[in-house]
Design a protein around this ligand. Structure first.
Ligand SMILES: [Zn+2]
Length: 646
């Protein structure tokens, strides 16, 4: 869920109009990528783009200098009235410190001088380097999600927890600011690429700076951590997610695009640019993007693909030009390149899956299903459930995917970068589905345990656990002050909108001492035996959309926005709804809560800082991640971990 507003890219640059001698303000309007204040690693690659909107006549680039030395553009273009001058694949200076980019742009009305200062950070040093970098990303996971998962999974008595989450046990704990390049509130695309490029992006964009180019895959690029460490160190890349694999967080490790929704092009780029990113493991949902357009479960279209990349981008970045090819069989391309391909839990957990050095696993057509629904099927295999409705009855858990990824990636003696995303912490918080969001956090934490065990076993590994942003203003407001049987027996609150009449389901919210200590019985699979227990934990949402609340576990999910259209239609015919507000039986019995952020839609992201927890084996690299930090700081600390400069 996101909304993206196209905006001008006049971002923090110092553009100085030469007013002397002019009766009125004129001269071209100029914007510069990278923006003023950007930071790069020594030798990290990025594209420079000077984009000008002329006031009169044609625009020329009078000069382009870095630290006073001329830099030659590799191309120029004119799109929608904007003239762009590009320097593709520029290597940042190796010398640490501030550098100044100065561009002078002239048109018929005068000249504009634009400057941007950028900082180079040297990640190299003599400390023991981490061979392997693991980013555990709980999408949308704020402090309250962690607290709720801890209470549900372990419980507490006499004011003391009966256990801690695996992520709680990491020694390096800090707090991260989450803004993007154009807002205090980020979506997952810039949220993730802050950690993987060290640079902010506009909402909806990943691995690029904004521009007015029509080909969103041609936007000015910034080199990813995966690309940098593959180019300089020969490391591999693994991407694991419970989301549709084209989704923003997985894509922001390996795809460069100004349109996070361009799933065909993003998945093509995973493959096309694997020799630049080192991608050898890709596990998640999103099979619809890998099937040719003729397949009924395919979502491939020309409009979500990428047209050929500009020639200078292709040359300077050393990548294929690509083509709009909706009929492409991407699975055949992966298997033809030596990837083992698996489609379900049984295939993933067989030894054959991890016997090679490359692994592709696509376990659903869109997003994978959530822990609560996967576990329901595992506990009752004979019962048709939600995973069957999504045509994916046998999906692995995130810790199993993490284990498989680590087994394959560990075969590269030069190490790897692995991102593991627990995607539905965010998605179920958007849907204001408390039990599913909490179970997702428990599932994610089990994957954290796998990452730590790997780090301890092989050494020389840094693991960070964090989110890209908080979602929904998730907060623990108390616990049910009665039994589930009593809750279910209450008369409907549907029609109660008069503020002088208290809804029955508001009366059952136990706050303060009435919340006591909820206790969930835990099954051998690590999840609650039952999410609807007497005295269950209750969640409110500060960034809510409209909803009816009945406090019971929701029988159905909302329709996954990332499912192929034929599955969406089937779900609708089976009683699934699009908006949380329309979900049954809450809308029949629950009390109506007007969304504070939006109306008949999902809850939204918030600007709240998020926690980070860090661990490292064979070194004390984890100590870098303590304190209040900018999101882009994380990138430089990971690079320093890998290169000994911490
Ligand atoms: Zn989200």
């Amino acid at each position: 869920m996101r909304s993206i507003n196209r905006q001008c890219i006049c971002l923090g640059l110092a553009a100085t109009a030469l007013l002397a001698g002019h009766a009125s303000f004129a001269a071209p309007t100029v914007s510069v990528a990278p923006v003023d204040g950007a930071r790069f690693l020594s030798d990290q690659r990025f594209d420079i783009r000077i984009e000008a909107l002329p006031a009169a006549g044609a625009v020329t680039l009078t000069s382009l200098k870095i630290d006073g030395a001329n830099v030659a553009p590799t191309s120029n273009d004119t799109v929608a009235g904007y003239t762009g001058f590009n320097v593709r694949g520029y290597h940042a200076p190796t010398a640490a410190g501030l550098h100044t980019l100065t561009a002078v742009v002239t048109d018929g009305s005068g000249s504009t001088t634009a400057t941007a200062k950028f900082e180079v950070i040297n990640p190299n040093g003599n400390r023991r380097p981490a061979k392997n970098v693991i980013i555990m990303l709980g999408d949308g996971m704020g402090a309250a999600h962690r607290t709720a998962a801890r209470i549900v999974r372990y419980g507490a008595v006499n004011g003391r927890p009966l256990g801690f989450l695996n992520m709680d046990k990491f020694p390096g704990t800090g707090q991260i600011l989450t803004e993007s390049l154009n807002s205090i509130i980020t979506d997952s695309a810039p949220g993730m690429c802050c950690y993987t490029t060290g640079n902010h992006a506009f909402n909806g964009q990943e691995g690029v700076y904004p521009s007015h180019l029509t080909n969103t895959f041609a936007y000015p690029r910034v080199e990813y951590l995966s690309e940098y460490l593959h180019r300089t160190q020969g490391k591999s890349l693994g991407i694991v997610s419970t989301a549709d694999i084209e989704d923003a967080t997985p894509a922001a490790n390996a795809a460069h695009t100004g349109n996070r929704g361009a799933g065909t092009g993003i998945c093509d780029q995973f493959f096309d640019e694997r020799n630049s990113t080192g991608l050898t493991v890709l596990l998640g949902g999103g099979r619809r993007w890998f099937l040719p357009a003729s397949d009924p479960f395919s979502s491939r279209t020309a409009s979500t693909d990428y047209a050929s990349l500009p020639a200078d981008l292709v040359t300077k970045w050393g990548v294929p030009a690509g083509a709009a090819d909706p009929s492409r069989d991407l699975i055949a391309d992966f298997t033809g390149d030596g990837f083992t391909y698996v489609t379900d839990r049984t295939g993933l957990t067989s030894a054959a899956a991890t016997s090679g050095t490359k692994l592709l696993g696509l376990f659903g057509y869109g997003n994978m299903n959530v822990a609560l629904d996967k576990i329901a099927k595992q506990r009752n295999p004979g019962v048709t459930g939600i995973v069957d409705d999504y045509h994916a009855p046998n999906q692995p858990m995130l810790d199993e995917m993490t284990d498989a990824a680590l087994t394959v990636l560990a075969k590269n003696p030069k190490g790897f970068v692995l991102t593991v995303e627990g995607a539905h912490i965010d998605k179920q918080s958007h849907a204001m589905d408390a039990d599913r969001a909490i179970w997702e956090t428990i599932e994610f934490d089990a994957a954290v345990a796998k990452a730590r065990a790997f780090a301890d076993k092989v050494g020389d590994t840094v693991v960070i656990v964090l989110a890209d942003h908080e979602c929904s203003g998730f907060s623990i407001i108390g616990a049910l002050n009665t039994s589930i049987a009593n809750l279910k027996a209450l008369p409907s609150d549907k029609a109660i909108l008069d503020p002088s009449i208290q809804p029955n389901r508001q009366k059952v919210v136990g706050t303060y001492d009435a919340a006591s200590f909820p206790h969930y019985a835990i099954a051998p699979d690590g999840f609650p035996v039952n999410s609807d227990i007497d005295g269950k934990l209750l969640i409110g949402y500060g960034a809510s959309g409209d909803r009816y609340e009945d406090w019971l576990t929701k029988p159905l999910t909302i329709i996954d926005s990332l499912a192929p259209s034929n599955i969406k239609a089937e779900l609708a015919s089976k009683g699934y709804t699009v908006a949380p507000r329309d979900r049954h039986p809450e809308s029949d019995n629950g009390f109506f809560l007007r969304g504070q952020a939006v109306a008949a839609d999902q809850a939204v992201h918030t600007a709240t800082d998020i926690p980070i927890s860090a661990y490292s084996s064979s070194s004390r690299a984890f100590e870098q991640f303590i304190g209040v930090q900018e999101n882009t700081d994380v990138f430089f600390k990971l690079a320093k971990s890998a290169l000994g400069g911490y």
